[in-house]
Design a protein around this ligand. Structure first.
Ligand SMILES: Nc1ncnc2c1ncn2[C@@H]1O[C@H](COP(=O)(O)OP(=O)(O)O)[C@@H](O)[C@H]1O
Ligand SMILES: [Mg+2]
Length: 264
């Protein structure tokens, strides 16, 4: 060991490696630009929250990350691997990408003919995980999202909050490196919203990497490391939650937040 010892600063936050890196991303539908040159990074263990009006391109952005939607331009990198570049999908193993990226949707998208526990087992079975291991893991995850007592119920026997928690357990089943949430509480009543946010708060505390679209601004302020305001397909403003949400620099952000305060 002849190398000189360099002192590392322990006080400055270390920039974590990016689990998701998006650069120059554009996407049109029927000739209409819905994402325009978007750049975004989610570092390991970080929580990035995307906010903005309906129609602004938030869902399309999330769908581009796990290639449910194919970007027209730009780069998408997940866990150090380029999955999309210059209008071409270069990821050879989409199944592996989907294991790396867990997604939770506004509408839970559980299989109606399967019980809660079977919904969580299924994803693992498809990934080749042995049945007994998949079952044990499903039960443990249902416990973690506090819905184990409903393991044998079908989705139509579950409340919205319970269904969404099962959907979170399913998203966790393949040990993803990042979880995407697209307005996970916007179809839920206030009590169910609280239950789901409480589970997400615990995941955040456990160090889960998350990219989260939400209308729950107080929640974004509380858990996010970084808030991104998207409008008309562009990132208008981004930064620390307290800066973007409490003293935004851009008039458009102020306008959005003001309209928000009076929205039902
Ligand atoms: N598959 C699609 N085909 C055509 N237009 C779409 C499609 N998906 C989304 N759009 C349009 O793209 C724009 C952005 O939509 P979306 O990403 O869902 O916004 P947000 O999630 O912010 O509400 C909207 O104008 C929407 O109508
Ligand atoms: Mg949306």
């Amino acid at each position: 060991m002849t190398e000189p010892v360099t002192t590392t600063k322990t006080t400055a936050p270390v920039t974590p490696e990016a689990v998701v890196r998006i650069d120059g991303l554009s996407k049109s539908f029927d000739g209409r630009l819905v994402l325009d040159d978007v750049r975004l990074e989610v570092g390991r263990g970080r929580i990035v929250s995307v906010i903005g009006q309906s129609g602004g391109g938030k869902t399309t952005l999330m769908r581009c990350v796990n290639l449910l939607e194919r970007p027209d331009k730009g780069t998408v990198e997940v866990a150090g691997e380029v999955v999309h570049e210059g209008g071409r999908t270069v990821c050879r193993d989409l199944a592996r990408l989907r294991r790396t990226v867990g997604m939770v949707f506004q509408r839970f998208h559980l299989f109606p003919h399967l019980t809660a526990v079977e919904n969580v087992v299924l994803a693992q079975r498809k990934a080749g995980i042995p049945e007994q291991e998949a079952l044990e893991r499903a039960v443990a995850l249902l416990r973690r999202v506090k819905v184990a007592h409903r393991a044998l119920a079908h989705p139509d026997q579950l409340s919205g909050g319970e269904q969404q928690r099962v959907a979170i357990a399913r998203a966790l089943a393949l040990k993803p490196e990042v979880l995407l949430f697209d307005e996970p509480t916007s179809s839920l009543d206030p009590e169910a919203t609280r239950e789901v946010l409480s589970v997400m708060r615990e995941l955040a505390a456990d160090g889960m990497t998350m990219l989260l679209v939400t209308h729950e601004l107080p929640f974004a302020r509380e858990v996010a490391d970084h808030v991104v305001f998207v409008d008309g397909g562009r990132i208008v403003e981004e930064g620390r939650p307290e800066d973007v949400l409490d003293s935004p620099a851009q008039a458009r952000t102020r306008e959005f937040l003001a309209s928000y305060g009076t929205a039902s």
